[in-house]
Design a protein around this ligand. Structure first.
Ligand code: C2O
Ligand code: CU
Length: 485
């Protein structure tokens, strides 16, 4: 569609106004606004609904009840998970954030392809928010889907600081009667060691080669994560005191499943039901039936189920670890199945990203990649160091793109653990752009496996690219994607 230069100038002027407000809010950071004109003009091209949603959000210490066990932790607004943040695609979201924690923090909107200077990465896109500090987020939400938010500061994500985001689609084809958001987590804070203690222990014990897997009860060099957790949660509840969805037999429920764990991959299933997967990381896929689905940290899958009559556990089994997390669906009478029941669906091969295809319209535009770049994931047993292209974040050589170009990322996992690789501000396509692969913002790369993904550079800025294992990221497994001017 042609746009007159007058309209375009008016749009740009409006966007610049927004940009300078953001710059003011971030003032005193020592953070130079990178390509702020390009960021503002990208924002000006986003389709708007004309509606503005205003939300208050506070990070603060709170006590939460994990099935009879009351623990002190850090939360959003005192709830676990934090309250769902909901808007419709095209809405302008204004989040008035207050930091009630005793240390600095940040808020990152995982998966939302928003303007770079609102992405919430401290020292890169925004200043850290100090204790008692505030920040006024203000951005347009472009794409419908299931997302979540969490801090991008140290290991804070492994406390209770996480909450779902649902961006409704004004053109939602529907096909379901109700929805259920299911947030998965691995829990230690206030029950086992603190996240900081776990990290210190990983650093200390990994010096002596090979002893780490055993002393952590985990499986360094295997594929079950590095940390053993005393509890696994669905919607902030232990399996002994599960969240319950009450519904009617025959109703169709849209499940929005989010893996908010720090170090745990989950396989999920609803006992005695088939899952009809409709979205991956908020992007439509051709419907695929599955008994169970595997989610790496940061990944989301949406599925529709038609409910039977009775009481059914929705069970999340931590991959390579002991324990279960669950919630319950109740449509009729019947006893609650035993807390340690493993639904037979979890004994089937779980659906993963390679089983999916982009739905019509969800593919990237077909394009020959202008560049091909390696993203090699590996680790060193010596000193608990995790790297991308052989380098930790402080020493990284960023990936680069030019606006409008497509780049091919050659993801290679050269380690014996799975890594969920996450790219901020974009969704890439598995396989060639314009092909049949699903769109994702986080992709679980199994040990010694390679994936090629294509990314269209349509959102200027400097973006994080990292493993979504909180401990791996902390240990250096992060790099950047920088737009060249
Ligand atoms: Cu879930 Cu760098 O983010
Ligand atoms: Cu990792």
């Amino acid at each position: 569609m042609a746009m007159t230069s007058l309209t375009r100038r008016t749009l740009l002027a409006g966007a610049l106004g927004l940009g300078s407000a953001a710059a003011l809010a971030a003032c005193g950071s020592g953070n130079e606004p990178v390509g702020s004109a390009a960021i503002a003009s990208a924002e000006a091209t986003r389709v708007r609904s004309g509606r503005t949603r205003r939300v208050q959000l506070e990070a603060r210490p709170a006590q939460v009840d994990l099935g009879g066990r009351v623990v002190d932790t850090w939360t959003y607004g005192g709830a676990l998970p934090g309250a769902v943040l909901r808007a419709t695609a095209g809405d302008r979201l204004q989040v008035d954030f207050a930091n009630g924690l005793p240390e600095e923090t940040s808020v990152h909107w995982h998966g939302l392809a928003i303007r770079n200077d609102m992405d919430g990465v401290p020292h890169l896109t925004n200043s850290p928010v100090p204790p008692h500090g505030r920040f006024a987020f203000d951005f347009v939400v472009p794409d419908p889907g299931t997302y979540w938010f969490h801090p991008h500061t140290g290991l804070q994500m492994d406390r209770g600081l996480y909450a779902p985001i649902v961006i409704d689609d004004p053109h939602d084809p529907g096909g379901y009667d109700l929805e259920w958001i299911l947030v998965l987590d691995d829990w230690t804070d206030g029950v086992g060691r603190s996240p900081d203690q776990i990290y210190a222990d990983l650093k200390n014990t990994s010096g002596s080669m090979g002893s780490m897997g055993h002393s952590m009860g985990g499986s360094m060099g295997g594929d079950g994560g590095d940390v053993t957790y005393p509890l696994y949660l669905v919607n902030g509840r232990a399996g002994t005191d599960p969240d319950v969805l009450r519904a009617k037999a025959g109703q169709r429920v849209r499940l929005r499943v989010i893996n908010a764990a720090a170090d745990t991959i989950f396989d999920v299933a609803l006992a005695d039901h088939r899952l009809r997967v409709i979205q991956a990381d908020g992007r439509p896929v051709r419907q695929a039936n599955a008994a169970s689905v595997r989610l790496g940290m940061g990944e989301r899958y949406d599925a529709v189920v038609t409910l039977g009559d009775g009481v059914f556990p929705f069970t999340a089994r931590p991959y390579g670890k002991q324990g279960l997390a669950r919630a319950l669906v109740r449509t009729g009478t019947g006893a609650v199945p035993a807390a340690d029941l493993v639904p037979s669906e979890l004994n089937r091969q779980p659906l993963t990203v390679v089983d999916l295809e982009a739905a019509g319209g969800a593919a990237l535009p077909k394009a020959a990649p202008a560049t091909t770049q390696d993203v090699t994931l590996s680790g060193s047993m010596n000193g608990y160091v995790w790297t991308i292209n052989g380098r930790t974040y402080d020493d990284t050589e960023p990936l680069t793109v030019r606006a409008g170009e497509t780049t091919r990322l050659r993801l290679r996992n050269a380690s014996m653990m799975s890594h969920p690789l996450h790219v901020h501000g974009h969704t890439f396509q598995l396989g060639p752009a314009g092909g049949t692969g699903p769109r994702k913002d986080t992709i679980l790369v199994p040990p010694m496996v390679g994936f090629e993904v294509d990314l269209l550079a349509d959102n200027p800025g400097r973006w994080m690219v990292h493993c979504h294992n909180a401990y791996h990221a902390e240990a250096g497994m992060m790099t950047r994607l920088d737009y060249l001017t």
